[in-house]
Unconditional design. Structure first.
Length: 304
């Protein structure tokens, strides 16, 4: 599945994005950061100069422009002055976007267990129109049962108290609600055969997980493919990949690469193209979606 090109044309006005709760605070944060980065570059102002204007480092400007941290309304106003944006109505829209981008999303209820590097992903996931993901170790979090999620979460937090494990599993189940809400994103998941062969939690947990996969794959917005061991080295990525696409033209695609203790977010076009090509190869070499049900039925029989 090749990523569709972005629509051409002028950027949408900030007013277009205000008071639209379906976009969400995280997406607004990314939009605002991108707009401010564009203004800074157009005025030929360095990150160091911008950082000094808001009493911060150039590293903070980088994080702000990437949407990784929230904006203070005062900082936005100061940057707009530095960037020679003096029209009061335009400034008001920027400041209002900063306010809305700082509003808590539902996931803020889980700040006691939500890793800071993962918070951005949860917020972007909420705003995405298409989520393409490839998994080589565990099933995608959006497709896990509570029992399976508990087992794999415990692997990542072997010394955590049971209360934290419960909260992390609850967070994962809350994330899954986006698949059945109004305006749900499309999820295209390619799962390595090795993932399905690992008996996490024992026969009963695996059997229920396979049954759940069959059920979720029936949703009109979910496509599931299994990449068999025979997938060639040119297609196999060897690491999990998630590519997020958004319906808003001002929001760039994001590649999300997670490891045990953190994550990397990529949005440069050459990086998007590289990982999109990998996903396209995986989709081509994986078993067709219509064969997933029979494969899962065979696994269910083995664990019965």
């Amino acid at each position: 599945m090749t990523a569709m090109p972005r629509p051409n044309g002028e950027q949408s006005s900030l007013r277009h994005y205000l008071d639209r709760p379906q976009i969400g605070p995280t997406a607004l944060r990314v939009l605002l950061g991108g707009r401010l980065r564009r203004l800074r570059q157009e005025r030929d102002i360095t990150r160091v100069q911008a950082g000094k204007e808001i009493r911060a480092s150039d590293a903070k400007i980088t994080r702000l422009e990437r949407g990784q941290v929230g904006f203070k309304q005062r900082d936005v106003a100061d940057l707009l002055t530095l960037y020679h944006v003096l029209d009061e109505a335009e400034r008001a829209d920027y400041v209002e976007m900063a306010r809305q981008a700082s509003l808590p999303g539902w996931w803020h209820r889980y700040n006691d267990v939500l890793e800071s590097w993962f918070e951005l992903h949860v917020g972007l996931e909420e705003a995405a129109s298409l989520i393409r993901t490839y998994e080589v170790q565990f099933l995608p979090g959006l497709l896990q049962t509570p029992e399976y999620a508990r087992v794999v979460t415990r692997l990542g937090y072997p010394d955590a108290p049971e209360s934290k494990i419960n909260r992390l599993v609850e967070l994962r189940m809350e994330r899954q609600k986006l698949l059945t809400r109004g305006g749900a994103p499309r999820l295209w998941a390619v799962v390595d055969e090795a993932v399905l062969r690992r008996p996490f939690g024992g026969p009963a947990v695996v059997r229920r997980q396979m049954e759940h996969l069959m059920e979720v794959a029936e949703l009109p917005n979910v496509t599931l493919q299994i990449a068999p061991f025979s997938v060639g080295a040119m297609a196999a990525a060897g690491t999990p990949i998630t590519i997020l696409r958004f319906s808003e033209p001002d929001l760039p695609d994001k590649v999300y690469l997670e490891n045990l203790t953190g994550a990397v977010y990529l949005d440069k076009q050459e990086e998007i193209d590289q990982y999109s090509l990998i996903m396209d190869r995986l989709v081509t070499e994986a078993n067709p979606p219509q064969e997933a049900a029979d494969y899962l039925k065979g696994l269910i029989d083995q664990y019965s």
